[in-house]
Design a protein around this ligand. Sequence first.
Ligand SMILES: Cc1cc2nc3c(=O)[nH]c(=O)nc-3n(C[C@H](O)[C@H](O)[C@H](O)COP(=O)(O)OP(=O)(O)OC[C@H]3O[C@@H](n4cnc5c(N)ncnc54)[C@H](O)[C@@H]3O)c2cc1C
Length: 451
Amino acid sequence: MFEPSTPITTLLSTLAATPAASEGMRAMLQRSSEFVNPLIAQLTGIALDPAGRELADHTLDHYWADEQRQQDTLNASLCDREVIIGSGYHAAVYAATRVQAGYPKPLVLERGQRVGGIFATTTRPVFYLNSPNRPGGPGLAGDLGANLNYLPGAPIQAANVSALEYPTNTDMAFVIRLALAQFAEVVPDTNVIAYDDGDGGGAALAIDSRPTLPAGRVIDARGMGDPDGGHLANGTTILTFTQFIQRMAGLWPLRGLRRVAVVGGGDAGKCVIESLLGIAPQPFMAAAALDHVDRIDWYDDALPTTCTVWQDEIRGRYQAIGRYLRDDRSGARRLTVKQRRAGVVDVPGMALIEGRGYDLVVLCTGSKEPFIQGLGGLGECDLYSVYGAGPVAQQYQGEPVFRVGPHARLPFSAQERNEGVADVPGNAVAMFRLGSKTAALAATLPPVIRA
Ligand SMILES: Cc1cc2nc3c(=O)[nH]c(=O)nc-3n(C[C@H](O)[C@H](O)[C@H](O)COP(=O)(O)OP(=O)(O)OC[C@H]3O[C@@H](n4cnc5c(N)ncnc54)[C@H](O)[C@@H]3O)c2cc1C
C-alpha cells in the first residue's frame, strides 16, 4: 500500500482542521474495517460529503496553482523524466499504474488552469456519464460485474463517490484528481506547443511562456481535442459544448432562453438536450417560471424523430429524452428533431438556422486535435502493441512519444467486434475500452534510460 503523497497529506490535514467539512471523513472511519485501509476510507468519506469534497477540491487547486512549486517542479525535471501532456483520465491511469509498477512519478502538464481533463471542465456537476455507476473491477460493456468507469490503480473509484445510477462529470473528475495528486507531479497552466526530438541530444518540449523542458519519454494524452466549429462560436448566442457546460455551471444558466437549437446528436449533444429539458444535474437555482426553454430544435441527420422510434433505438442512458419527442397533455411539444445537417449564421442578438431565429445555438459537431508542432497526425505513428493486450497506443516513428486514450484512435479488435463493443460507435473512446490499454502500456514500458 502507498504512503499518502504531499498533496494528499495536505488535503487530509486541511480537512481534519475544518470540522464543518470533515463529518464524512470521520463518519466513514467507523466503517474503515470494510476498506482496504483507513486512507481509502477517509478519502471515500470526503468524496461523499459535499462540504468535504468542495474543500478537498479547493485544497488541491490551491496546491497545484502555487507558482513557486510549479517552477521548482519544472526546474527539477531532467532528461530521463516521463512527461504526460494533458491531465485527464488517461494521464491518471498512466501515472497510477506506472508508479505502482515501481517507476518514478511522471510529470503531468495541463494547459488549463484546472486539473482533471474534460470531466473537470466545471467545478459543479453538469452532465451524467453514459456508463452505469456500479462496483467492481475493469471489464467490457455487457459485463454486469464490471465497473465501466474504473480507473486502474486509483485510490478510490467512481462507485465510492456517489450512489447515483450514472456518475456526474465531477464525480469522475474527483477520482481522476485524487489519482493524479497521489501518483504524479502536476503543473497546470502549462500549454505544450512543440516537441523537439533533439537530434540525438535528448527530446524536449516547448511550453508557452515557460522555459523548454527536457523529456525522456512523452505520453501524449491530449484527449478528444478542441471543439470543431469553435470559430463559429461567439460566446453569447452561439456556444461550443464546452462553453455551454461552463454556462450551465454558472448562476441562472437558462435565463432568457426561450428558443434554442442544438446541432449534433452524439453524446455531447444529448447531454446538452438533457440540460435544456431540466433532466441533467443542475448545480445552481432554476425557477420553472423564469428559466424554461419552450422550444428546442435538434439538428442531426441520424437521430429518431418520434418517441416510439427513440425508445426502440437509443440506449438506456438517454431514454428519458424520448418522452419529449411527443406532445404533452396540453398539446405542446418542446423538443423536435430536424433530421438534417444545419449551418448557423450569427446575426446581432440571435443566431439563425434556415431562417429561424434562436436565442442560443449549441454546436456539438465533434472535435479536432489541439496543435503541437513536431507531433503531427496519425500518419506519423505506428500502432504499439503489448503481448496479451494487443495495440494499446500509437508511437511516433522513431520517437519516445506515445499517444494514448481517444487521441490514439485505436481500431476495434476482433474480440471487441465479436463481443458487440464495436456496435456502439461511442465505445471507441469509452474509458472501459481504453483505460486497460493505457494501464498495460504503463505496466510494460521499459525504464527510461538517461540520454
Ligand atoms: C463531453 C464528453 C463526455 C464524455 N463522457 C464519457 C463517458 O461518459 N464515458 C466514457 O467512457 N467516455 C466519455 N467521454 C470520452 C472521454 O473523452 C474519455 O473517456 C476520457 O475522459 C478521455 O480522457 P483523456 O485523458 O484522454 O482526455 P481529457 O479528459 O480530454 O484530457 C485531455 C487534457 O489534455 C489537455 N491538453 C490538450 N492539449 C494540450 C497541450 N498542448 N498541452 C497541455 N495540455 C493539453 C486538455 O486541456 C485536457 O485537460 C466523454 C468525452 C466528452 C468530450
